[in-house]
Design a protein around this ligand. Structure first.
Ligand SMILES: *[C@@H]1O[C@H](CO)[C@@H](O)[C@H](O)[C@H]1NC(C)=O
Ligand SMILES: *[C@@H]1O[C@H](CO)[C@@H](O)[C@H](O)[C@H]1NC(C)=O
Length: 344
């Protein structure tokens, strides 16, 4: 009988037929009031976890937040090209932050580099290997400065709203991730609204933000990164000799001084960004790999000629114009170029 009741209750909760539940449950409540209350409670808590398990709703626990570091390492190693510094920095910092049961502060990373160098791509890799529902997870929050914070005149409104959102989101799930895209277009001063949540405050209005991850994306510093790569190339060294520490200082300085959402920001000044991660410009060999990946996706029944790959490469713009070393748009829009060349 107990089993039958459980079954009915389960079906009812799933299809939300509360009206239907009442007469039936009263019929079954033959035991004392006390024991039936206990029974109900147990049933409901059990059901919540069952509902998480069957994907009925997304839960802020191991059913829907499943870090897969093997997967993240695999993706960074095999699907991202020419980014040695990104690989080590991102993998290590994400892993150690998540494996730490009591992180001292939220993990804050700022990705810098030209378009098409892989900033969004790496962000997706992180999300995909942490949340079962990937980008559709309700614990993943993406803000695009160009869309969400368009008007400098509404600065105060944006600031208030951002703080209310963060409070609401992190109250629901401490292991939330916040992504701020197009930081170069963010109104100056806005980002400081999130400053209190990035430090080592154990609790702000009763909420602990230290398990969160914040990722900022921008093209700011891209020019300087490219220049550093070019200098290294000119002096005959491989760019894998560039150290993260060389770049951190440079990016920190550029972010604070250039026109971008970080200009004169207290977040930079107070060293709340754990890692400034440089994305290098892509060379021919890297772009060639992106092209081959795209071609593979097409499942063509014939071999691809190297002349076709070269033709696709020629569709892209290369800089500096005399040396033609780096793709101006990285691996962006490669799919379209591949389509264009192979269709003709
Ligand atoms: C983690 O990712 C790897 C590589 O993508 C995959 O083979 C593996 O099945 C994943 N592990 C889990 C537990 O999902
Ligand atoms: C969480 O953040 C989103 C923006 O990603 C916002 O639309 C939503 O209202 C927030 N939720 C809460 C409970 O504050």
């Amino acid at each position: 009988m107990v089993k039958l009741f459980r079954c009915v209750l389960f079906v009812c909760l799933v299809v939300k037929c509360t009206a239907f539940l009442d007469p039936i449950s009263t019929g079954f409540f033959v035991t004392t009031a006390a024991s039936s209350t206990f029974f109900m409670l147990a049933e409901i808590t059990g059901l919540t976890s069952l509902r998480c398990k069957i994907n009925f709703m997304e839960c802020c626990n191991k059913h829907h937040i499943k870090p897969n570091f093997t997967g993240l390492e695999y993706d960074l190693k095999n699907k991202l090209y020419g980014q040695d510094l990104v690989f080590t920095t991102v993998l290590r910092s994400v892993k150690s932050h998540i494996e730490n049961p009591n992180p001292s502060k939220a993990l804050v990373m700022s990705f810098h580099g030209w378009t098409g160098s892989g900033k969004n791509y790496v962000t997706q890799m992180i999300v995909n290997n942490l949340y079962v529902k990937k980008l559709r997870s309700s614990f993943v929050h993406v803000f695009n400065a160009e869309v969400d914070f368009k008007h400098q005149s509404q600065l105060q409104h944006y600031k208030d709203q951002l703080q209310i959102w963060l409070h609401g989101n992190v109250t629901k799930c401490g292991k939330s991730i916040f992504i701020f895209d197009e930081m170069d277009h963010m109104p100056e001063g806005l980002v400081d609204a999130v400053k209190p949540y990035l430090g080592n405050n154990p609790s702000i209005h009763g909420v602990d933000y230290r398990k969160c991850i914040f990722i900022f994306l921008s093209n700011t510093g891209g020019k300087e990164i490219n220049k550093k790569c070019l200098e290294t190339w000119r002096s005959g060294y491989s760019r894998s000799t560039i150290k993260l520490s060389d770049m951190q200082e440079l990016l920190e300085r550029v972010a604070f001084n250039d026109k971008s959402g970080f200009r004169l920001s207290g977040i930079v000044e107070k060293n709340l960004i754990d890692h400034f991660v440089p994305f290098f410009p892509l060379e021919r060999e890297h772009v060639e790999k992106c092209i081959k990946d795209e071609i593979k996706k097409l499942n063509l029944k014939r071999q691809i000629l190297s002349s076709e790959v070269n033709e696709i490469m020629d569709e892209l713009q290369w800089i500096p114009t005399d040396l033609r070393l780096y793709s101006k748009s990285g691996c962006k829009r490669i799919a379209q170029k591949v389509g264009l060349v192979l269709a003709t």
